[in-house]
Design a protein around this ligand. Structure first.
Ligand SMILES: [Ca+2]
Length: 491
């Protein structure tokens, strides 16, 4: 965000702002935040429609800047931004791109991009990327601009990890510690409180585009749990369901015409809050290959633009397909990597992460948006080895760790995670703090003023201090791992 004057500013003030800007641009040392004197601003002097703040008597511009999350920059000790430098009645344009950013100064947008079965060693900032044969320049950039967690811990499978993320609880508390498959009795309870409900309760617009995997029963849908809109694959199955019809044809398991098979097979679906699940089209291999690039990403960008224009803080949950077999790449990414389709899909996902970051910049909401990019669990094992092309395995890499998803091994439950929030999360930093996927729930609640349920145990802990570089070790001192009903590991 930028502060600029709508009306001609007094010369002294303009010189001062220029000096501050130069100091900031030069990364001047020996500066510190001015905190002398009272920090005041007038509630009500901000006009959200125009994005302007009218200066009133007694204002302190530092306080105004903090109020609206504007980066004024640090100043030399002794310099105070006070009313003697500006005129009462002067209008300040708070946001670079209109009113939206400023209006949401207190409520950051949150974008959570969740990869699937991508391992600790797959991406550039963890020793993969270019060295692995699949360059990830945009994700490398993300690491330069944010925080890289090196002890980020998950549950050992898609459904369990996503249940933990959404509820802030061990998945077993919601009966979801095994991967859901169609027909299994496991499904998210209507009594569960999810991250969708957390954000909705704090006044956010909410959306999920991609894979839910917490159940298809009406009470289990994301749109029954705080999400305004949902578009994606069947909410009780995973990315590989695109191959189900092909398998039925191969095995002659249903002797019906192809069109009928398609109609019986998995379907792309959509829903809005409170409404029914609607069928969009059959979920085929062709749809699988293009869904991230042609559907989930454009829908995500459109959602962010729409909410920004409406001046509404938003929570975007984008659990896209990067990493999960079969890693069928979109056309423009086929053959891009040196390691077959798994690498192609990493590069496709890298591009999508970049597109999300570009959109935030374009909308002028970069400084007011917290972005998390993480995996749900470690890499798929040998069953996916033969599904790649050119003889290369269609599966991730756990880096220095042993194991694959479904196990209680480090390679299964430890993977990558980046957090980026310009001005709040220090760029180019790394934290070794023990950080569970469950911790995002209470951490987000803290950051957005959301309500954590008090009628049930919450296993996540508030890790705001880790994100802001104020704590080396964080608030977590242990973690349990369950597989099904069994507790199989503790750290
Ligand atoms: Ca997974």
């Amino acid at each position: 965000m930028k502060l600029k004057f709508l009306n001609p500013a007094p010369l002294a003030w303009r010189r001062f702002v220029t000096a501050v800007a130069v100091l900031v641009c030069l990364g001047a040392g020996a500066v510190q935040a001015a905190d002398q004197g009272p920090r005041r601003y007038a509630e009500g002097a901000f006009d959200a429609a125009t994005g302007t703040y009218t200066v009133v008597k007694g204002d302190d511009l530092i306080a105004i800047a903090e109020r609206f999350g504007v980066a004024v920059g640090e100043m030399k000790e002794g310099n105070k931004l006070t009313l003697d430098k500006i005129e009462v009645g002067q209008k300040l344009v708070i946001a670079a791109a209109g009113a939206a950013g400023a209006a949401e100064g207190k409520k950051p947008n949150v974008v959570f991009i969740l990869a699937d079965n991508v391992g600790y060693g797959d991406l550039g900032p963890y020793g993969g990327g270019e060295l692995r044969g699949a360059p990830t320049p945009r994700i490398d950039q993300l690491a330069h601009e944010g925080l890289r967690l090196t002890q980020y811990l998950v549950e050992p499978g898609c459904t369990p990890s996503r249940a933990a993320l959404m509820t802030g609880q061990y998945s077993i508390r919601n009966g979801l510690s095994l991967i859901i498959v169609p027909g299994s009795p496991s499904t998210l309870s209507k009594d569960a409180v999810t991250m969708g409900e957390l954000f909705k309760g704090a006044g956010y617009a909410t959306a999920i585009f991609g894979k839910w995997h917490l159940g298809i029963e009406p009470q289990s849908l994301p749109t029954a749990h705080g999400f305004d809109e949902f578009y994606g694959i069947p909410p009780d199955i995973s990315w590989d369901s695109a191959t189900y019809v092909d398998t039925m044809i191969l095995t002659h398991s249903m002797n019906v015409p192809y069109d009928e098979l398609l109609a019986k097979g998995p379907q792309i679906v959509e829903a809005v809050a409170g409404g029914p699940l609607r069928t969009v089209k059959p979920y085929t291999r062709e749809v699988r290959a293009e869904i991230d690039t042609n559907e989930l990403l454009p829908k995500s960008i459109e959602f962010m633009k729409r909410q920004t224009a409406a001046g509404k803080p938003f929570f975007l949950y984008l659990p896209f397909s990067m990493g999960h077999f079969p890693n069928l790449p979109a056309k423009q990414f086929a053959g891009k990597s040196r390691i077959g389709q798994y690498g192609d899909k990493l590069m496709e996902g890298d591009h999508h992460v970049g597109q999300i970051l570009d959109t935030l910049k374009e909308l002028g909401i970069d400084d007011n948006t917290l972005v998390v990019f993480a995996s749900d669990n470690g890499p798929q094992g040998e069953t996916a080895r033969e599904m790649g092309n050119q003889g290369t395995p269609d599966m991730g890499n756990a880096g220095p760790f042993r194991g694959e998803l479904g196990e209680a091994t480090e390679g299964s439950i430890r993977t990558f995670c980046f957090v980026r929030w310009p001005g709040k999360v220090k760029p180019g930093t790394t934290s070794y703090a023990m950080f569970s996927i469950m911790d995002f729930f209470p951490t987000f609640a803290h950051l957005i003023g959301g309500k954590v349920p008090t009628d049930r145990p919450i296993d996540g802990v508030d890790q705001t201090d880790v994100l802001f570089g104020k704590s080396e070790t964080g608030n977590r001192d242990g973690l349990l791992t369950f597989i099904g009903a069994d507790m199989v590991a503790a750290r």
